[in-house]
Design a protein around this ligand. Structure first.
Ligand code: FES
Length: 552
């Protein structure tokens, strides 16, 4: 008898005295580390999805970890038999968009005018010399999401994209959504969330095909919590009503004129040029952060006459509605369900994730899997399709109850008991998805009714983010995740936050436009709207989103 370890989908028999890290190395898995298995860097985390009881007790260096996370260099299989399934926090390249789609702003639409310039061998930031070099000048645009981190490396003299990368945010050990991260950061000293992320970012930057010291500027966007954690600000106030970033509070008190943040490369703990400028784009208000602000820049809202909506569905869904004359924004605490979190077989959109599902005439499930391999779980777009198909075929009702009193719907059965298991959907998963959807729908109703419009008044509905890009729109309409608009009005734009960050990196004028635009946005606070609860309850049902009567 022995313990079988399955790490990132690869299996190996556990050897006594060898850590999970060492087994992962044998399997050729690249585990992030900066301390060579000393238990110091905290980067070698794995998430254990099965078999925690077969592992050694939590060691001292792991005390900071919550849930099923372990430090792989500190963890050993100690049982005489069993099966441990776990994965590292970098399971491979997340699916990223190399270019946002269907946007009015392209590189041709603005002048290349970065803050970092060259004068002979002098490298300047806003005219101030920071280095003497005839080498290249690079910048990084970063979208720091609760779940996913995306980086773009840009040549600041040509505006060309040199490389991009993405990975799961390793801060998941502090919780999967912003409120738990805030609680974690408040309860634990030592800025562990920031330090762990900095380790992962440093590895990612060092893998870029340029000398990191030629990176002179970085533009960071992200929701208010992610951005402020990165800049080592206290995030306590974002977790308490009225949910304000410390920068918002300081601005209201007249202590600053913008909510944007600036640090140096040295302060950021990253291997970029120590005098590089790290610019955190301004947030809008509350949980409507710098990623939403960057999205507005990407869709050119400051010059837009048409009535547009931007919906970035995620752990914290952000909604923006308006045009150059008036803009409303809201954030909806949807939770991680549509990103595969809190779902029994949920997973991010990585290789092995079921991303599309149909139910054939004979009732069998047909699905496609990212990477075309064996299914390991189901990601957000697959979940939306699955719900839609269950609804269409009557196997689930609008309330999310399965037919015939069953509570588990199998999608894929593995015949290899020692390998990855079955993929299935539980009725309790549907409850999680219903609540996530309810929050999104409530947000839509609150913002549209506050604006005094209904969905048909829109000219364009941008579905932003990697999840929005890969959704089946018809499935999303059927279950009521997005309004039932004419499909031609719906633009699956992809990651417009990274697009906006890139624009702000390349153009000082656009960055200024961004700073001015956020000051004009009116923030709708969902929790104070009198009809929020009714909208939420209605939105939890799986049926098309109908317009509601205008409030004014
Ligand atoms: S390798 Fe650094 S803590 Fe495990």
């Amino acid at each position: 008898m022995s313990v079988i370890l399955t790490i990132n989908g690869q299996s190996i028999e556990a050897e006594a005295g060898k850590s999970l890290f060492e087994h992962a190395e044998r399997l050729g898995i690249d585990v992030p580390t900066s301390c060579r298995k000393q238990g110091k860097c905290k980067e070698c985390m794995v998430e254990v999805v099965e078999g925690m009881e077969a592992l050694s007790p939590i060691a001292e260096p792991e005390q900071h970890l919550k849930g099923n996370f372990r430090l792989s260099c500190q963890t050993f299989a100690t049982a005489s038999e069993g099966h441990v399934r776990c994965h590292t926090m970098r399971r491979g390249q997340m699916r990223i968009e190399h270019q946002a789609l269907g946007l009015p702003v392209s590189k041709k639409a603005f002048e290349l005018d970065p803050s970092v310039t060259r004068d002979g061998d002098r490298i300047l930031i806003d005219g101030v010399e920071v280095e003497r070099s005839t080498g290249p000048i690079h910048g990084i645009a970063m979208d720091l999401g609760t779940t996913t981190v995306v980086l773009r490396l840009i040549d600041l003299e040509t505006g060309e994209l040199i490389a991009d990368t993405s990975f799961e945010n390793p801060q998941r050990f502090g919780g999967s959504e912003v409120m738990s991260r805030i609680a974690y950061d408040t309860d634990h000293s030592g800025r562990l969330l920031m330090r762990t992320l900095a380790g992962y970012l440093s590895h990612a930057i060092e893998k870029f095909p340029v000398d990191p010291k030629t990176i002179y500027e970085m533009v960071v966007v992200g929701n208010s919590t992610m951005r402020d954690l990165f800049f080592r600000q206290s995030v306590y106030s974002i977790g308490q009503t009225p949910y304000r970033s410390i920068t918002e509070i300081e601005m209201a008190d007249g202590k600053r004129t913008t909510t944007s943040l600036v640090a140096t490369g040295r302060h950021s703990l990253l291997p970029i040029h120590p005098k590089a400028r790290v610019y955190g784009a301004p947030i809008i208000s509350g949980h409507v952060g710098a990623d939403a602000a960057a999205g507005m820049l990407a869709v050119d809202l400051a010059h837009e006459e048409r009535l547009v909506a931007i919906m970035d569905i995620g752990t914290n869904t952000e909604l923006i509605v308006g045009n150059r004359h008036r803009i409303l924004a809201a954030s909806c605490p949807a939770g991680p369900a549509f990103e595969g979190g809190a779902i029994a077989c949920g997973m991010p959109a990585l290789d092995g994730a079921i991303e599309a599902v149909t139910i054939a005439e004979n009732g069998s499930f047909q699905f496609s899997v990212i990477g075309s391999g064996r299914p390991e779980g189901i990601c957000g777009s697959g979940l939306v399709d699955l719900l839609s198909e269950l609804l269409r075929t009557g196997r689930m009702n609008e309330m999310g109850r399965f037919e015939d009193d069953i509570h588990r719907i199998p999608l894929y059965h593995s015949n290899r008991p020692q390998d990855e298991g079955d993929v299935f959907l539980l009725e309790s998963d549907v409850n999680e998805l219903a609540q996530a959807k309810g929050a999104n729908v409530a947000g839509l109703h609150v913002v549209f009714s506050s604006y005094g419009i209904d969905f048909d008044d829109l000219d364009v509905f941008y579905l932003a983010g990697g999840f929005g890009r890969n959704l089946n729109v018809e499935s999303s309409k059927r279950i009521g995740l997005v309004p039932s608009l004419t499909s031609s009005k719906i633009v699956q734009a992809g990651n417009i936050a990274i697009e906006g960050a890139t624009i702000a990196l390349l153009s000082r004028a656009k960055r200024q436009e961004l700073e001015e635009m956020v000051g004009k946005v009116q923030h709708c606070r969902l929790e104070t709207h009198p009809d929020f609860f009714n909208f939420f309850v209605e939105g939890c049902q799986f049926k098309p989103v109908e317009p509601i009567p205008c409030a004014n």
